[in-house]
Design a protein around this ligand. Structure first.
Ligand SMILES: NC(=O)c1ccc[n+]([C@@H]2O[C@H](COP(=O)([O-])OP(=O)(O)OC[C@H]3O[C@@H](n4cnc5c(N)ncnc54)[C@H](O)[C@@H]3O)[C@@H](O)[C@H]2O)c1
Length: 254
């Protein structure tokens, strides 16, 4: 896949999938605009990518804060003049809590990062893409965006919402040459994965159980999921929009 000189913006770029996405987009020739709420890790990630030859603009941005999102979009346009691809990837972990025990505060926090964050991203990325007469947006949903998850009801609700907003934005802006897709990772080995597995009584058993729930009988690696992200946004993949691409080792096929 060739992203030579394409401007790719990624939120949650300090995390497992965000970092790997930044790396693979850079290897394919992209210029990167990276953001995260974790300032020190973001600076480290940006420095490593610059050392390996990538052109990188980075800015701290809390995706729930509209003015921060506006500033990140504006900063990217100032740095590179356009946004070809926007990856709305920042997200909060599944809660591992029965629905009836979930506090309203925890519900609102999850909605805020996973739903409001994606909404604010698209709200401010699309006007730039309208002006330049095209672009691609990729929102990161989950297997929990298409199936129910016991003890993860609110997380699943947010990831279903991401797919709903993705499809609707694709319908609204297809005419203006903006493609909007989602990727739905299965359980993938990032920090989020480690936190989820560590919270269970028997980590090794839990990892085996996750693997058993896929066709491939193993959980995913970030580099495998990110290949689907690059495919979805590929400049030559011109007829795919409103799609939720499962990158889940066949979890959803069983
Ligand atoms: N790892 C998995 O198994 C898995 C499965 C399905 C979906 N996902 C989704 O993939 C995306 C990336 O997850 P990951 O596995 O890389 O997790 P991760 O925890 O490694 O990374 C998430 C990143 O988002 C950042 N973030 C959190 N809140 C933020 C905020 N308010 N503003 C800006 N950044 C914020 C964190 O600092 C972190 O760097 C998430 O949307 C997640 O829901 C992950």
């Amino acid at each position: 896949m060739n992203y030579q000189d394409q401007v790719v913006m990624i939120t949650g770029a300090s995390g497992g999938l965000g970092q790997e996405a930044a790396k693979q987009f850079a290897q394919a020739g992209a210029r990167l605009a990276l953001s995260d709420i974790n300032e020190s890790l973001l600076s480290e990630v940006a420095a490593q990518l610059r050392d390996s030859g990538a052109e990188v603009f980075h800015q701290v941005c809390d995706v729930t804060d509209e003015s921060a999102v506006q500033q990140f979009v504006a900063g990217t346009v100032e740095a590179f003049g356009r946004i070809d691809v926007a990856v709305n990837n920042a997200g909060l972990d599944p809660e591992a809590t029965p629905l009836i025990d979930m506090s309203l505060e925890a519900f609102e926090r999850m909605m805020s990062i996973n739903v409001r964050g994606v909404f604010l991203g698209m709200k401010h990325q699309i006007p730039v893409m309208l002006k330049q007469q095209g672009g691609r947006i990729l929102n990161i949903s989950s297997i929990a965006g298409v199936t129910g998850h016991a003890y993860g009801s609110v997380y699943a609700g947010t990831k279903h919402a991401v797919i709903g907003m993705t499809k609707s934005a694709a319908v609204e802006y297809g005419r203006q040459n903006i493609r909007v897709n989602a990727v739905c990772p299965g359980v993938t080995e990032t920090n989020m994965f480690d936190r989820a597995m560590d919270a269970l009584p028997d980590r090794e058993r839990a990892i085996k159980g996750v693997g058993a729930s896929t066709c491939l009988k193993r959980h995913g690696q970030p580099e495998e999921v990110v290949r689907g992200m690059l495919f979805a946004c590929d400049p030559e993949n011109t007829y795919m929009t409103g799609h939720a691409l499962m990158m889940d080792g066949g979890f959803s096929a069983l």
